[in-house]
Design a binder for this molecule. Structure first.
Ligand SMILES: Nc1nc2c(c(=O)[nH]1)N[C@H]1C(S)=C(S)[C@@H](COP(=O)(O)O)O[C@H]1N2
Ligand SMILES: [Mo]
Length: 228
């Protein structure tokens, strides 16, 4: 057993989780991978079949939610972000040389940004399976970002667009911006901008049970409706 990053506590299950305003929103399209590549690029376009021709990889990694829960030992498979960037984005989308800010958008409206240099790490994946099965609605179907070195809220599910920008003009985090650390590195405990992490840990721990519950109830209601 490895030790957890500072302030994190292991849990046994992987809950469906996130900002409350997205827990009652669901992806419209989950049966095939299709997303847009755009931003400060010469050739914005949608990516489908060619994405699945990229080399596949798998890894076991931990998911660290900024609210302090961690789920260890998740087995993901998909395409390494670096391979996607070097083999598809650079030659086909033709990003501007200084487009270093990458924005991920989910079909539920959630979004997050990361620095390109952080995304080129070995363990950053665009994943389409979890524990050997295609991603379900709870955990990001049909495709999600897996960036284990960055808090969970950067690991956007249900991807519908990946954007490469020169600056932050076209991006707004869906919650107060001090909750969105530009890097959110787990091993630097970059939980928030301008507030001490002991305070953030304490506040966040209070909201875990209710968020888990709401997120699960909303999904059950959604699935129930669909089957009727
Ligand atoms: N599209 C989308 N991506 C999202 C979220 C969300 O609500 N919608 N929640 C984020 C948060 S806060 C966390 S901790 C992880 C949780 O992943 P899980 O729901 O698969 O456990 O997804 C992240 N990615
Ligand atoms: Mo999270």
């Amino acid at each position: 057993m490895g030790t957890l990053p500072k302030g994190q506590r292991a849990i046994d299950d992987l809950p469906r989780f996130g900002l409350l305003q997205f827990q009652n929103r669901f992806p419209a399209q989950t049966d095939r991978i299709a997303f847009e590549v755009r931003g400060d690029v010469a050739n914005p376009h949608s990516v489908e079949a060619r994405f699945l021709e990229l080399p596949r990889t798998q890894q076991v990694s931990d998911l660290h939610c900024v609210t302090t829960w961690s789920k260890c030992g998740l087995e993901w498979s998909g395409i390494r972000f670096r391979d996607f960037y070097e083999q598809l984005v650079v030659p086909e989308a033709l990003p501007e040389a200084d487009a270093h800010l990458v924005v991920f958008r989910g079909q539920d409206g959630n979004r997050a940004s990361l620095l390109l240099e952080d995304l080129l790490a070995d363990d950053v994946l665009l994943a389409d399976t979890l524990d050997g099965r295609p991603l379900g609605i709870a955990h990001g179907a049909p495709l999600r970002l897996v960036a284990p070195g960055h808090y969970g809220y950067k690991n956007i599910k249900h991807l519908e667009a990946i954007e490469f920008w020169r600056d932050r003009r076209n991006y707004r985090y869906p919650a107060p911006s001090f909750l969105d650390h530009p890097r959110a590195r787990v091993d630097h405990e970059e939980r928030a901008v301008g507030l001490p992490h002991w305070l953030m840990r304490w506040i966040y721990r209070l909201i875990i049970p209710s968020t888990r519950w709401v997120s699960r109830m909303m999904l059950e209601r959604h699935l129930g409706k669909r089957n009727r």
